[in-house]
Design a protein around this ligand. Structure first.
Ligand code: ATP
Ligand code: MG
Length: 400
C-alpha cells in the first residue's frame, strides 16, 4: 500500500544513516498506516527511474526523501515529473516565497521549478518545496532529504493528505508494551497463545539490552484486549506502553512521585546525565550530576573514603559516590557508576568491563552491584548507562 524510497548515495555507503524513513514509518503507524516496502537508491538517473517505476506499479502511495535540492546530483524532481508525464514549470508563488525568506539567491530560479499539475507545499524551514503528483489513484509524495525539513512537511502537510486519501480504508490498530529483563524465548509461548486466541493479531518481539519490546498489530479488530492481557501477565516487569527509553519511564515515575535525582558518574563521563536531560522538562526532577573521573574528584567532591582499601572500581566506592551525590544535592535518590570501560586498565581481579553501581535513597538505604560486562568500550559504557537507569527505575517501581 505505502512504500518509502530514500534517495541518496550517502545513505548506501553509510556516510548518513537513513533516519528519515524511520520517522516517516513511525508517523504513518501512529495514524494507523503501515509501510509495506522500503527502498534505498543512489543519486543515479537510471536506478532512481527504475525504483520509482516499480514502486508506483505496486503501491498507491510512494513517499520519497532526498534529491530535491538545486545541485547536479538532485534528480528526484525531473524524474518524478517525467514518470507522471508532467512538465516542470516556473512557480511565481515558490519564487516569491523564497525571495521573501532569502533575498535574491542564485539558486532561487532553479528551486522555483515544480511539476505543472502537482500539489505544492512551500518550505517554511528550508528551500526546496515539497510536491505531490497524483494520477489514476497513485500518489508520489516528494520530500526533501534534510531531516528537519522532511519532518516539517510530514507533520504539517503530508499526514493530513494521507488521512484524506486513506480515510475510507481500514486502519491498523497497534499497541506496544515494554518489559524489563525477559528474553524472547520466555515470552514466546504466551504470545503464541494470544495469536491463536485473537485471529488476525500480529505480534513482534524486539529485544535490546535488558528490555523487551512487544508490538501488537491488527487490521479490522482492536488490539486493546490482547494488550491488556500482555500488561497483566507481565505486570511485575512492565514499565511502559509507549516508549522503550528507560529515561522516559523514569522521568514519568519520578515526577509522579515528586522525587528528585542526582548522579555521580565515573566511567560514563556524564552520559547518564545527557540521556536524562534529553527528555524535555527533566529539570522537574533531575538536580544534576558530578562527573568524578579522577580519584581526587571522588574524594574532594563526593567525600569517598574507600579508594585506598577497595580501589576506585568497587562497590564500596560506588556506594560512597552515590551517598556523596545525595549529600551534595539534597536529592531523594542518587545513582553512581564507576568502572573500567577499557580497552586498557583491566587486571585479573578487575577485568575490563567491570562496573560497580550504587543506588542510594534519602532514608539511608543503599544498594550496590558489581557486573563484568562483555564488549568494547562503547558497548560497556552503553550497558552501564542502561543498567544504572534500569536499576533505579526497578527500585522506584517497587517502592509504591
Ligand atoms: P536540499 O534542498 O537541502 O538540497 P535535498 O532534498 O536535496 O535537500 P539531500 O541533498 O539529499 O536533500 O540531503 C540533504 C541532507 O540531508 C544531507 O546532509 C543528507 O545527509 C541528509 N539526509 C538525506 N537523506 C536522509 C535520510 N534519509 N535520513 C537522514 N538524513 C538524510
Ligand atoms: Mg542527496
Amino acid at each position: 500500500m505505502i512504500e518509502i524510497v530514500s534517495i541518496g548515495t550517502e545513505l548506501l555507503n553509510g556516510t548518513t544513516v537513513d533516519t528519515n524513513s524511520a520517522y516517516i514509518g513511525q508517523r504513518l503507524l501512529s495514524h494507523g498506516y503501515s509501510v509495506s516496502e522500503k527502498a534505498t537508491v543512489a543519486d543515479e538517473r537510471e536506478a532512481l527511474t527504475e525504483v520509482l517505476t516499480r514502486a508506483l506499479a505496486k503501491h498507491d502511495i510512494v513517499i520519497t526523501t532526498g534529491g530535491l535540492g538545486p545541485t547536479f546530483d538532485d534528480l528526484t524532481l525531473p524524474i518524478a515529473a517525467a514518470l507522471f508525464k508532467e512538465e516542470l514549470v516556473h512557480s511565481d508563488e515558490v519564487e516569491a516565497h523564497l525571495k521573501a525568506r532569502f533575498g535574491d539567491h542564485v539558486s532561487i530560479s532553479q528551486q522555483s521549478k515544480v511539476p505543472k499539475n502537482a500539489r505544492v507545499f512551500l518550505n517554511d524551514v528550508g528551500t526546496a518545496p515539497s510536491c505531490i503528483l497524483s494520477k489514476e489513484g497513485k500518489h508520489l509524495i516528494l520530500l526533501p532529504g534534510v531531516p528537519a525539513e522532511m519532518r516539517y512537511f510530514m507533520d504539517t502537510h503530508i499526514m493530513p493528505f494521507i488521512d484524506e486519501v486513506l480515510e475510507k480504508k481500514e486502519k491498523i490498530a497497534h499497541a506496544t508494551a515494554f518489559l524489563f529483563g525477559l528474553t524472547e524465548s520466555e515470552v514466546d509461548p504466551f504470545l503464541r497463545t494470544l495469536c491463536e486466541k485473537y485471529s488476525g493479531l500480529e505480534m513482534g518481539i524486539y529485544p535490546s539490552y535488558g528490555t523487551l519490546g512487544i508490538t501488537l498489530k491488527a487490521q479490522g479488530i482492536s488490539v486493546d484486549e490482547a494488550h491488556r492481557e500482555v500488561s497483566e501477565k507481565y505486570a511485575d516487569v512492565f514499565y511502559s506502553d509507549e516508549d522503550r527509553r528507560i529515561e522516559k519511564a523514569l522521568h514519568k515515575e519520578m515526577i509522579a512521585k515528586g522525587k528528585t535525582l542526582a548522579l555521580a558518574e565515573s566511567c560514563t563521563g556524564g552520559m547518564i546525565a545527557a540521556r536524562i536531560a534529553q527528555i524535555p522538562n527533566a529539570s522537574e526532577y533531575f538536580l544534576g550530576g558530578i562527573v568524578s573521573y579522577s580519584n581526587a574528584f571522588k574524594e574532594k567532591l563526593l567525600h569517598v573514603k574507600s579508594l585506598q582499601n577497595h580501589g576506585a572500581v568497587s562497590e564500596e566506592t560506588a556506594r560512597e559516590m552515590a551517598e556523596g551525590a545525595l549529600k551534595a544535592s539534597d536529592a531523594d535518590y542518587a545513582i553512581a557508576v564507576t568502572g573500567i570501560a577499557g580497552p586498557d586498565g583491566g587486571t585479573l581481579e578487575k577485568p575490563v568491563g567491570t562496573v560497580c553501581f550504587g543506588w542510594s535513597f534519602r532514608n539511608g538505604e543503599a544498594e550496590t552491584e558489581r557486573i563484568v560486562f562483555s564488549g568494547d568500550r562503547c558497548q560497556v559504557r552503553f550497558k552501564t548507562i542502561e543498567h544504572a537507569l534500569q536499576g533505579m527505575l526497578k527500585r522506584i517501581l517497587c517502592r509504591h
